[in-house]
Design a protein around this ligand. Structure first.
Ligand SMILES: [Zn+2]
Ligand SMILES: [Zn+2]
Length: 81
């Protein structure tokens, strides 16, 4: 399973908050920065929406209009502030 790494120092990020409108937030202790993790569709590079059902997570791309496996989803880390 892929780790969540800081885009600037490559340290492992700490999960901070989920369920916010802007996505999931991760904290880098080394940089003292907060990042928002954005899921990207592997096929069209548009933002995919996280769908949580029965304990499993998948992602829906409204551009492709289909579900994407979380193993194929690409993550991008943006500065939250
Ligand atoms: Zn960092
Ligand atoms: Zn797509």
């Amino acid at each position: 399973m892929k780790q969540d790494l800081c885009p600037s120092c490559q340290e492992e990020l700490t999960f901070k908050v989920s369920g916010s409108v802007r996505g999931e937030q991760y904290l880098c202790h080394a940089c003292q920065r907060i990042y928002t993790r954005v899921a990207k569709c592997p096929d069209c590079q548009q933002t995919a929406e996280k769908i949580q059902a029965c304990g499993s997570v998948s992602y829906f791309c409204s551009h492709c209009n289909e579900l994407k496996s979380k193993t194929r989803i690409q993550f991008e880390y943006n500065d939250a502030l």
